[in-house]
Design a protein around this ligand. Structure first.
Ligand SMILES: Cc1cc2nc3c(=O)[nH]c(=O)nc-3n(C[C@H](O)[C@H](O)[C@H](O)COP(=O)(O)OP(=O)(O)OC[C@H]3O[C@@H](n4cnc5c(N)ncnc54)[C@H](O)[C@@H]3O)c2cc1C
Length: 312
């Protein structure tokens, strides 16, 4: 029930307008979001790189309403790539197609993303196309396969979500294409007609896809904080002689930092998804939906910081 409530709140723009300038809400967001500017995000990337962790920078923002907004978001990604290259940061970027105008026009979206991919190719960088809710799955995969990947096979990858019934077939398709896949469980509120409602089925589907990608895929990103699944990935790699360099683990900024460091110590590749920007509200609500205990956790840490500041 709490999950549904937070996912419902994620779509409520009026509430975001209300909390946008609230200091307490911003302190909450800072646990999971690397500030509102590219500079704060790059500083977070530098801290991760110093811990032996690579990053994927994400400018927060979902469906845009007009062409100008989509082009502005696209230009922001060009600046991000320029900065990553200029600062020699160990990072790539993650892009949502709805932020690039998918709801306005497919051609517009493709033109903007091509410009981003072109710049990524100039620098030898990589762009991950995030996956959004199931109403976008087919369109995203079609655009990826027909209009993005053929032109930039080395520079672009996709995301698949194990909560969807269709995902194992999409895994097989991606393997045929030799496309790079990030596998995650999926973060949106989905109808039971397309997605498994039970965690045990989502997890089983994750493990099935993960095994296939680890054996036959092109450098899969195993994106999860689920320790049981991470342990299974480690066991499977060992049993099948799959080298650390053939896959990477991925986690979200601010989540399970202990486990991130542990995996690095063990010699695994670890990438952290670093979201930043002013549009942090729906992202934060999805993180709370995944783990409602985060409300208590965030409240505790915000109060600890406030008390700490008063003492100082
Ligand atoms: C790098 C990366 C990229 C992603 N990209 C996408 C995408 O493109 N599209 C998409 O739909 N989803 C994306 N996600 C989100 C993903 O789908 C899940 O919603 C999210 O990762 C939580 O699932 P889980 O695999 O960690 O497992 P869960 O079963 O949700 O959680 C397992 C355990 O992980 C810990 N945990 C999980 N979430 C949190 C949290 N928010 N705070 C604290 N602890 C937590 C808890 O200990 C929990 O018990 C991405 C996730 C990652 C890590």
């Amino acid at each position: 029930m709490l999950r549904s409530a937070f996912l419902y709140l994620a779509g409520q723009q009026q509430i975001f307008k209300f909390v946008r300038n609230n200091r307490l809400a911003k302190s909450f967001a800072n646990r999971f979001v690397a500030g509102e500017t590219l500079d704060t995000a790059l500083a977070a990337v530098a801290r991760l790189n110093a811990r032996g962790i690579t990053a994927s920078l994400d400018l927060l923002g979902e469906s845009v309403h007009n062409e100008a907004e989509a082009r502005t978001a696209g230009e922001a990604y060009i600046t991000m790539l320029d900065s990553i290259h200029g600062q020699k940061a160990d990072a790539n970027v993650s892009v949502k197609l709805t932020a690039m105008g998918l709801d306005i026009s497919e051609d517009l979206c493709v033109a903007i993303v091509h410009r981003i991919l072109q710049r990524a190719r100039d620098y030898g960088l990589f762009v991950r196309i995030d996956m959004e809710s199931s109403e976008y799955t087919q369109r995203t995969l079609d655009l990826f396969e027909q209009r993005l990947y053929p032109a930039y096979p080395q520079n672009v990858g996709m995301v698949l979500q194990s909560y969807l019934f269709r995902t194992f077939a999409d895994v097989e398709r991606a393997i045929l294409l030799k496309a790079r896949v990030r596998l995650c469980k999926g973060a949106y509120k989905e109808p039971e007609t397309v997605a498994y409602p039970d965690k045990k089925d989502v997890d089983a589907n994750y493990i099935r896809g993960m095994h296939e990608l680890m054996l036959k895929g092109n450098y899969p990103g195993i994106a999860t904080h689920d320790e049981a699944i991470i342990n299974e990935a480690k066991r499977f790699a060992k049993a099948n002689d799959i080298a650390f360099a053939r896959y990477e683990f991925q986690m979200l900024y601010g989540v399970r930092r202990d486990l991130q460091d542990q995996l690095v110590r063990e010699g695994h590749r670890m990438r952290v998804y670093v979201p930043f920007g002013t549009q942090w509200y729906p992202y934060l609500m999805r993180r709370l939906a995944e783990r409602p205990a985060n409300v208590a956790f965030l409240t505790g840490s915000v109060f600890k910081e406030m008390v700490g500041k008063r003492r100082r």
